[in-house]
Write a protein that binds this ligand. Structure first.
Ligand code: SAH
Length: 220
């Protein structure tokens, strides 16, 4: 692998600070989450054609007809996860890798699954090139989770699910959290957080409407 020198200049740093200010105004209050967003160079996760807009609070298309989530959505989901240093976190839907890097900046041990081979390979290379090689990426079906690496402190699903995946709940530690957009693929979804109180005792909370690409079954 040739070493890629990437630019993260004053302009990009300035735009990132402005984005963080916007997120604060929109209600993101967790300082650690805001610091993480202020650190990850989002312009490196978009195709060069969209680089200009990397620090706007918008979602953008990436490979395989997928999207990099809007920064507000990334911040919102991350805040709900209440990440603590050393947390073992499973992300479903690696996509561009941006969300995984935000979790990594919060000092979590990050595992992330992607069902698109092309996207998995491209993003895994990107993460290594820009210095995030400690994030563990997996090509597979997120509905199965990672039984060999389980249990996890937190699970984050970044695609919409119609029915709560019980296989994933089984891979959570007691008192672990799972955050996911719950609802029909065609409509908006309700941001949902489940706390696993016990093997058979789950507490569920709802946090407003969002729109995600669907979590699909099987590998691509
Ligand atoms: N977290 C990503 C956003 C990804 S969009 C980012 O920061 O860029 C949702 C991603 O979930 C897509 O890449 C899609 O391919 C993936 N996905 C959908 N269903 C999946 C499944 N069953 N297992 C793993 N990944 C899945």
């Amino acid at each position: 692998m040739p070493y890629m020198i990437f630019e993260d200049n004053y302009r990009q740093k300035g735009l990132r600070r402005k984005l963080v200010e916007q997120l604060r105004k929109k209600g993101i209050h967790d300082v650690n989450v805001l610091n993480a967003i202020n650190t990850v160079p989002r312009h490196l996760f978009l195709d060069t054609a969209f680089e200009e807009w990397a620090y706007k609070d918008n979602a953008f298309p990436i490979d395989c007809e997928q999207t990099i989530s809007q920064p507000y959505t990334v911040a919102f989901q991350t805040q709900l996860l209440e990440v603590k240093e050393g947390d073992k976190i499973l992300e479903i839907g690696l996509g561009s890798g941006y969300q995984a890097c935000v979790l990594y900046e919060l000092k979590a041990k990050v595992y992330s699954i992607e069902r698109h081979k092309t996207l998995h390979d491209k993003t895994s290379t990107r993460l290594k090139t820009i210095g995030y090689s400690a994030i563990r990426t997996f090509y597979g079906d997120g509905y199965l989770g990672l039984p060999r690496q389980a249990p996890f402190d937190k699970i984050l699903i970044t695609a919409s699910v119609k029915e709560t995946p019980t296989t994933l709940l089984a891979q959570l530690k007691i008192n672990g959290l799972m955050v996911y957009p719950h609802g029909d693929h065609k409509d908006t979804q309700i941001m949902t957080r489940i706390i696993k109180r016990n093997e058979n005792d789950f507490q569920q909370e709802a946090f407003g409407q969002f729109r995600f690409v669907p979590m699909l079954k099987g590998k691509e």
